[in-house]
Ligand binder design. Structure first.
Ligand code: ATP
Ligand code: MG
Length: 415
């Protein structure tokens, strides 16, 4: 893409109405636009990052044998009344609306009830199970406080997976596979070293614990006790001697840190499936309960966390796996020879399917360098007429060193 085709512009100063570092930087760099508190639009650069994160997640989900769906955001109240989750006293962050005829509707904040209800049309036999369905969809929640930018939105993108198993054993095997695939996802996103599987409250249905995935960050709202050597943590909400013993955690090794919950996994037993009447018949024709699990990942929250934890005083700094572009290409000289060389490089890399953002604007070199840094593009390539024929300047966003390379070697270095 040529920068002259991009309508967004970088902004020099922090927006005055934004306290969170992730949102400040993402707004200044033109990745997102604030509509109101807790509500953001994703602009061309931001949309590319969001899509790249989603693709990494989708790949892992598909490898687990999960099927992708897209459920509705408008929700009928009756299925939520059956499980008792329509009541504002039980679930305090519903957005609700109504039809002209007075019928109340909910605006989707999670999808256990509707996914179960839809499966009732298709599932009745052991032969139909297991089923694993997921979606990447916008959720709506009337959060009391939304001051953390993308970390806590009133409208945000979530990956939600639901599993339906024949029995507890099969559920557990799948649950552990999800944990493994979550670890892979966070590693691919560059967060592997600072993201901890964290024991948390199992909720009202589960006898055991649930798992959260917490990324260490000073911006985090959660407090977790981390065992760095064993790469495990426990949420302070359930931190007590009894639980430490149950989980074989060593108090002496645990250090209190702040974390952002970037995902979670829950065993739900058959509470919801029983309530909503989703059963199967076993081989002997006996009616059996279906064991359910639910597994979330905060897709847009991840974009915020990644923006936040990798940023430096010059701006964003995306891991190459999710960066909106791999290369920021600059010609610092107006000399036609230099421009021509830049065009050649742009075409060469683009043909090799490397995403290049070509800064072809008529602007000072200093401004271009500053924007390359603010946008956080992993590689900066600078073309100058004074260079020997094929030589260009290559710099990584997270290193100070400048290398001089032949441009036909760029592809092998970058990919
Ligand atoms: P939290 O404790 O942070 O409110 P939650 O327990 O409500 O999270 P879930 O309902 O299980 O979270 O949602 C699954 C995932 O969606 C979370 O792990 C988190 O990453 C993300 N998420 C939840 N609420 C928000 C929000 N308001 N804005 C952005 N992401 C969110
Ligand atoms: Mg919540």
């Amino acid at each position: 893409m040529r920068l002259s085709n991009l309508y967004t512009k970088t902004i020099k100063d922090n927006p005055s109405d934004e306290q969170a570092l992730n949102a400040q930087l993402l707004i200044r760099a033109g990745f997102i636009h604030k509509e109101m508190s807790g509500v953001y639009s994703y602009l061309p650069l931001g949309k590319r990052v969001l899509d790249n994160i989603s693709e990494i997640i989708k790949k892992e989900m598909n490898e687990l044998g999960c099927l992708e769906v897209q459920m509705s955001s408008l929700q009928p109240k009756d299925i939520w009344e059956i499980t008792g989750r329509w009541d504002d006293k039980k679930v305090d962050n519903w957005f609700k609306t109504k039809l002209y005829n007075g019928q109340l509707l909910g605006i989707g904040l999670t999808h256990e009830e509707p996914v179960i209800d839809s499966l009732k049309s298709y599932v009745d036999s052991y032969k139909n199970l297991p089923i694993y369905v997921y979606q990447i969809q916008t959720k709506f929640r009337n959060e009391l406080r939304a001051k953390s930018g993308l970390l806590r939105g009133r409208e945000f993108l979530m990956k939600d997976l639901y599993s339906f198993s024949l029995n507890e054993r099969e559920h557990e095997i799948f649950y552990n596979k999800v944990i493994k695939s979550y670890n892979k996802i966070y590693s691919k996103l560059g967060l592997g070293d600072i993201t901890y599987r964290t024991y948390a409250d199992g909720g009202i249905f589960s006898k055991t614990f649930s798992d959260e995935f917490q990324t260490l960050s000073v911006a985090g709202e959660d407090r977790i006790y981390v065992d760095e050597a064993n790469k495990i943590a426990i949420n302070d909400e359930i931190y007590n001697d009894q639980n430490l013993k149950k989980l074989s955690l060593d108090k002496k090794r645990l250090v209190l840190k702040k974390g952002v919950e970037v995902g979670n996994t829950f065993s739900l037993g058959s509470k919801y499936t029983d309530q909503l009447g989703l059963y199967y018949n076993d081989q002997a024709g006996h009616k059996q309960s279906i064991i359910m699990g639910c597994y979330g990942i905060g897709v847009s929250r991840l974009m915020g966390v990644i923006a936040e934890v990798f940023a430096d005083d010059r701006g964003l700094n995306w891991p190459t796996t999710i960066a909106p572009f791999k290369v920021y290409l600059i010609s610092i000289n107006e000399n036609p020879k230099s421009k021509e060389k830049t065009e050649v490089i742009y075409n060469l890399l683009t043909r090799k399917n490397i995403d290049v953002l070509y800064d072809d604007r008529d602007m000072r070199a200093g401004q271009k360098f500053a924007d390359a840094d603010l946008l956080g593009i992993p590689y900066r390539v600078v073309v100058n007429q004074d260079f020997e024929d094929k030589q260009v300047e290559l710099k990584r966003r997270n290193k100070d060193k400048i290398e001089y390379v032949q441009y036909d070697r760029l592809e092998s270095i970058i990919s």
